[in-house]
Write a protein that binds this ligand. Sequence first.
Ligand SMILES: [Zn+2]
Length: 108
Amino acid sequence: MFDVMYKTDGIGLSAAQVGMNIQLMVFNPAGERGEGEEIVLVNPVVQKATKKKLLCYEGCSSFPGIFADVERPASVKIDARDIKGARFRFNLSKLPARVFQHEFDHLQ
Ligand SMILES: [Zn+2]
């Protein structure tokens, strides 16, 4: 999935976008192999989202060339598992929160 994501100049990709009906997403806000952090989330759940929302210009590799302002919570607290099944929780804000919420929408 990271290969597909980098080849399409994406910073996130959900399993649904590559024909897999599973709750899995990958993302790397840096958008470059070898830079930033490659994150893999299995069965992600949003535990909490801030009331504060931000408007941001978004695109999607499933709809090339189409961009729009999308309003989303500024930060989210998530619960997920890694690819080995270990459960973890963390808070995301700024670009990682935006990417996570975009990919999470694909999974819903
Ligand atoms: Zn998308």
